[in-house]
Design a protein around this ligand. Structure first.
Ligand code: COA
Length: 338
């Protein structure tokens, strides 16, 4: 039994923050951010919006795209859930009117869409669920230090979702074999030190023992850059080999949007021409687990992704963690979110 994509959708919070907007508070420039990352603007949650709200909006659009009002399970990939406990997925399921179906979160940072897709496909393959609403949703800018020029320009908020149902491996839209991997020895390259069980604030004791910066993301950009290129390239090659595809078969490379230079470097390593590489980081920044479904939705809504196109998906992120898979694009209706 394979998991087949039948619907997809995306949503971005309305507040646009341009590079020039950031220059008001950070020692940076539009030119630096554009040339080093490819980002021109990103969306940020304001006015009390949270990951839950983003997930509901993206999930509703994916259900509409699939023509469904029911599903057997809701999986949310997020590294910026509303609260440490509980998971956001049950509340999302409730707000979408999906009643008391199975619902849980999965935390795998920027590779969350690949890990969540594999998990959702596993629920279907094992017969636990006949259909899954899988959402990648993030309000990660709330976890980034607005005073840190190394990280503040890079991230954006948003959500993307797919509906999966049980089907046959040779159907259009069937998710192909996966490659997934991790390297916990490099966990500190991208981490939020405080807030979890290892480093709690002395809440309620009158003194906060945790330095403010530790509540925010710490990132070692250069080693991450190298790892991202190496891991996404290697993982893509493994997923292609498992699918029995050659690089020349790939109509679209849909890679996690961490940095336009990283995506271009992976494509170059794979010898994929630029016109087969999907990119939207200029308008959304790095949206972690929402990155790939937002990209798929945008390209499908525009008609660039066409039924029968062979698609290679690859991602890399904190953990470290990475993954890749393949699918033949199905006949699907998706609405633009911008
Ligand atoms: N504006 C202006 N200057 C900045 C800056 C900013 N926003 N951020 C960093 N700089 C400075 C640095 O302080 C450094 O100055 P120095 O040479 O005087 O020390 C210089 O620019 C170069 O910094 P560096 O970090 O080497 O730049 P880079 O070309 O590696 O680009 C990243 C930085 C973060 C864009 C890049 O390393 C990257 O994308 N890494 C991967 C990040 C990632 O993928 N994260 C998420 C994982 S999914």
């Amino acid at each position: 039994m394979a998991a087949v994509i039948t619907g997809l959708g995306g949503w971005l919070p309305p507040t646009v923050v341009t590079n020039d907007d950031l220059c008001g508070t950070l020692d940076t420039s539009d030119e630096w951010i554009r040339t080093r990352t490819g980002i021109q603007e990103r969306r940020m949650v304001t006015g009390g919006l949270s990951t839950r709200d983003i997930a509901v909006e993206a999930g509703a659009r994916a259900l509409k795209s699939a023509g469904e009002s029911r599903t057997d399970a809701v999986v949310v990939a997020t590294t910026s859930a509303d609260r440490l406990c509980p998971a956001v997925a049950p509340e999302v399921s409730h707000l979408l009117g999906l009643d008391t179906v199975a619902a849980f979160d999965l935390t795998s940072a920027c590779s969350g869409f690949l890990y969540g897709l594999a998990t959702s496909a596993g629920l279907i393959a094992s017969g636990v669920a006949g259909s899954v609403l899988f959402i990648g949703a993030e309000a990660f800018t709330t976890l980034v230090n607005p005073a840190d020029r190394n990280t503040a320009p890079i991230f954006g908020d948003g959500g993307g979702a797919v509906v999966l149902r049980a089907g046959q491996p040779d159907e259009m839209g069937a998710i192909g074999p996966f490659d997934l991997g991790s390297d916990g020895a490099k966990a500190d390259l991208l981490a939020i030190p405080a807030g979890g069980s290892r480093q709690r604030a002395a809440c309620g004791l009158g003194t906060d023992t945790v330095p403010t910066a530790d509540w925010y993301l710490h990132m070692s950009g250069r080693p991450l850059y190298t790892q991202a290129v190496e891991r996404m390239t290697a993982s893509s090659r493994i997923a292609l080999a498992r699918a029995g595809w050659q690089v020349g078969d790939v109509a679209w490379f849909v890679g996690h949007q961490a940095n336009a230079r990283i995506v271009a470097a992976v494509a170059e390593e794979l010898e994929l021409p630029g016109e087969r590489v999907a990119v939207n980081i200029d308008k959304v920044g790095n949206t972690l687990s929402a990155s790939i479904p937002l990209l798929l939705t945008e390209y499908a809504a525009r008609g660039d992704l066409r039924p029968g196109d062979r698609v290679l998906l690859a991602a890399f992120g904190a953990g470290l963690s990475w993954g890749a898979t393949t699918l033949v694009w199905p006949k699907i209706v998706a609405d633009s979110f911008r």
